[in-house]
Design a protein around this ligand. Structure first.
Ligand SMILES: NC(=O)N[C@@H](CC(=O)O)C(=O)O
Ligand SMILES: [Zn+2]
Ligand SMILES: [Zn+2]
Length: 346
C-alpha cells in the first residue's frame, strides 16, 4: 500500500476568497497548500473592471499569512456592459487571467451577470482574438428547466452554439457536475477544458436530501445522481489533460446556510488535498493525482507547473479537521466527506 506521495505543489483553478473579514479568515487554508488560485469575481459589488481586480488582488495579498507564498490569478465578472478595451488592457498587463460568465440568476451574486449573451459578444470576440479564457458557470436559469438538467441544457443551448460561433474562444467549463459535461469536453478537439470540484467527486444528491435536508451539502451546480459522480471520478482520475482541480471552495457563514433559504456553496479549502488523496487512492489512481491537482491546470492556462513539491502521507489514525472554522465574519462549516481522512499534507 502506498503511504507516501510527493507531488508538485497544487493550484486551485476555481476559488472564492470573498473579502474583508471572511477573506482574512479563509485565505490561510488555501495558501497553506496551494501556490496559485483563480479567484472568482462574484463579490458584492462584483469585480468588473481591471482596476477593481487590481484593488482586490492587493487586498488578497495584504490578507495573506506572513511567510506564505501565494499568487492570486485574477478574473473579471462579465456583464452586458463590460468594455472590451479594458479587458484587453488587463490581459496584456498580466493581471487578468480569465473572464467569468455567470448567467444572471444562476448562482451566488450572479444578478449582475449576463441575461442576453448577444450583448456580451463584442467582449467574447475580443477574447477569442487575444486568447483570453472564458470561465463559465454552465447552467441555464430558465424556470421551466429542472434544476438537475440545467447544466446539460446549458451545454446544448448556450455553450455549444457559442463555441460553434467562436471556435477560437478558449472556454473552461467550471465545476462540471454531469456525465453530459464530461462527454462534451472529451468530444471537443480544442479550446475546451473543465474544472472539477473536490465535493462533486465525493457526494451525489442523496447527501443533500436523505435523512433530512443538509444545507452544508448544497452548492451550485447541485450534486447530481450517482452515475454522474462516477463519470466525474473517471474523468478526474484518468490523467486526461482537459480535466483539473477547481475546488469551488465557497465559504458562507453558517447562519446564511442554516436557514429557510440557505446559500449555495461548500467550504473545502482546508481538507481538499486529504479528500482528493482519498478519492484517488480509492480509484487506484494516486499516480495521477499530480496531473489533476498540479499539472493539467497550469498547462491549460499557459503557466509553468510549480517547482516546489508537497508530501502527502497516509496516517494510521484519521487526520482531524475542525467541524467549522471561526472567521471574523462568523463560523463556516467545513466539508464533511462522511468518511475518515487518513491522508495528510506533511
Ligand atoms: N458554487 C456555489 O454553490 N457557490 C458559489 C458560486 C458558484 O461557483 O456558482 C458561491 O460564490 O458561493
Ligand atoms: Zn459557479
Ligand atoms: Zn464557484
Amino acid at each position: 500500500m502506498t503511504t507516501e506521495l510527493t507531488i508538485r505543489r497544487p493550484d486551485d483553478w476555481h476559488l472564492h476568497l470573498r473579502d474583508g473579514a471572511m477573506l482574512e479568515g479563509v485565505i490561510g487554508d488555501t495558501s497553506r497548500h496551494f501556490a496559485r488560485a483563480i479567484i472568482m469575481p462574484n463579490l458584492v459589488p462584483p469585480v468588473v473592471t481591471t482596476a477593481d481586480a487590481g484593488a482586490y488582488r492587493d487586498r488578497i495579498l495584504a490578507a495573506l499569512p506572513k511567510g506564505d507564498r501565494f499568487e492570486p490569478l485574477m478574473t473579471l465578472y462579465l456583464t452586458e456592459h463590460t468594455d472590451p478595451d479594458d479587458v484587453e488592457a488587463g490581459f496584456r498587463s498580466g493581471l487578468i487571467r480569465a473572464v467569468k460568465l455567470y448567467p444572471a440568476g444562476a448562482t451566488t451574486n450572479s444578478h449582475g451577470g449576463v441575461r442576453d449573451i448577444e450583448k456580451a459578444m463584442p467582449v467574447l470576440e475580443r477574447m477569442a482574438e487575444i486568447g483570453l479564457t472564458l470561465c463559465v458557470h454552465g447552467e441555464v436559469t430558465t424556470p421551466e428547466v429542472d434544476i438537475f438538467d440545467r447544466e446539460a441544457v446549458f451545454i446544448e443551448t448556450v455553450l455549444d452554439p457559442l463555441r460553434r460561433r467562436l471556435p477560437e474562444l478558449r472556454v473552461t467549463m467550471e465545476h462540471v457536475t454531469t456525465k453530459n459535461g464530461v462527454d462534451y469536453i472529451k468530444a471537443s478537439s480544442a479550446n475546451l477544458a473543465g474544472s472539477i470540484t473536490t465535493h462533486h467527486l465525493i457526494i451525489n444528491r442523496n447527501a443533500i436530501l436523505v435523512g433530512g435536508i443538509k444545507p452544508h451539502y448544497y452548492c451550485l451546480p447541485v450534486a447530481k445522481r450517482e452515475e454522474h459522480r462516477l463519470a466525474l471520478r473517471a474523468a478526474a482520475t484518468s490523467g486526461d489533460t482537459r480535466f483539473f482541480l477547481g475546488t469551488d471552495s465557497a465559504p458562507h457563514v453558517d447562519p446564511l446556510k442554516e436557514c429557510a433559504c440557505g446559500c449555495a456553496g461548500i467550504y473545502t479549502s482546508i481538507n481538499t488535498m486529504s479528500c482528493l488523496a482519498h478519492v484517488f487512492e480509492e480509484e487506484d489512481a494516486l499516480a495521477r493525482l499530480e496531473a489533476f491537482a498540479s499539472l493539467n491546470g497550469p498547462a491549460w492556462y499557459g503557466l509553468p507547473a510549480n517547482e516546489e513539491t508537497i508530501r502527502l502521507v497516509r496516517r494510521a489514525e484519521p487526520v482531524a479537521f475542525p467541524a467549522k472554522i471561526e472567521t471574523g465574519a462568523g463560523p463556516v462549516t467545513v466539508f464533511d466527506p462522511m468518511f475518515p481522512l487518513h491522508w495528510d499534507v506533511a
